[in-house]
Ligand binder design. Structure first.
Ligand SMILES: [Zn+2]
Length: 295
């Protein structure tokens, strides 16, 4: 009987110990030295908007702004150095950053914010989910909300600023999203999409896209696949081919020559200027391009 009592006592002490240890793990914000690291361009732009005017913080972007997509990114020494000096890492999520598990092991003190935690739109096929979620403005708003909420809980000093900034930014994003309504109203929109980063925008606008997974690299498409796309385009009378501004145009031009379809270049907002309004600018440009497309 006595033995049982001691065992229970030990378990209780252990549990209390674990609770205290976890409590102490909470980040303590040091003056002028609270470092927020973002994974890549779209997340960096979101965070610039949320943190504008916040005190004693520093926002840094892990990948250079011209890196492009990081879905098969390999961390380099300079990146690791940035993690070493950071309090928070904000990722896109949905496995775009395949290195996050390694970061958790290497830098257990870096708090990780998964911006995609609450998104409602996820494009999934049998093989994989599409992590390029940010061109759906609804998803983007959800990401901004999640980052602002999490930052407010960790960095209480700037809580009001984060909430106010995110509300203002979300208002601008909602207004922009409303302007896309004109495109949603057009019926029977068909297209071929050669860059998976554009899929969310097309789906948002109810464009029925025959989407080809290219890893942002269309030159890797086989002759067989190209033949398949041409057949599909002729069969369904598809008149539009969407590519990203960073894409090599060769394959799209071949498809266009074979079918008479028009190549339309959009901007997937994966890189750009370090200007906090750049996502709004890019999406406004996309809207103007899309208004002139004849489906
Ligand atoms: Zn990608």
């Amino acid at each position: 009987m006595k033995k049982k009592f001691y065992i229970i006592l030990i378990i209780v002490v252990l549990i209390i110990g674990i609770i205290i240890a976890n409590f102490n793990k909470k980040i303590e914000k040091k003056d002028n030295d609270f470092k927020i690291l973002t994974s890549f361009y779209p997340i960096y732009i979101m965070t610039l908007n949320i943190t504008e005017g916040a005190k004693n913080i520093k926002v840094d972007n892990m990948a250079e702004s011209n890196t492009g997509c990081i879905h098969d990114y390999t961390l380099n020494t300079a990146d690791l150095k940035k993690f070493e000096n950071s309090n928070i890492f904000i990722e896109n999520g949905k496995d775009l950053e395949q290195f996050t598990e390694n970061i958790k092991e290497l830098y257990p003190n870096v708090e990780i914010i998964d911006s995609a935690e609450n998104i409602e739109k996820l494009i999934e096929s049998e093989e994989e989910k599409n992590p390029h979620i940010w061109l759906s403005i609804d998803n983007y708003i959800s990401q901004v909300n999640t980052i602002a909420e999490k930052l407010s809980k960790i960095d209480l000093e700037n809580k009001d600023i984060y909430i106010e900034n995110s509300n203002n930014y979300i208002n601008k994003l909602r207004n922009l999203n409303d302007k896309f309504e004109i495109l949603r109203d057009i019926n029977n929109k068909k297209a071929v999409c050669l860059n998976e980063a554009l899929e969310y925008l097309l789906e948002d606008l109810k464009i029925n896209a025959f989407s080809i997974s290219t890893d942002h690299e269309q030159s890797a498409l086989s002759a067989e696949t190209i033949k398949k796309i041409i057949d599909k385009m002729k069969e369904e009378n598809i008149k539009v081919i969407f590519i990203d501004k960073e894409d090599n145009k060769n394959i799209a031009t071949t498809l266009s020559n074979e079918t008479g379809a028009k190549v339309v270049t959009l901007n997937s907002a994966m890189n750009g200027e370090n200007n906090k309004d750049e996502y709004l600018n890019i999406m406004t440009e996309n809207l103007e391009v899309l208004k002139n497309v004849e489906f």
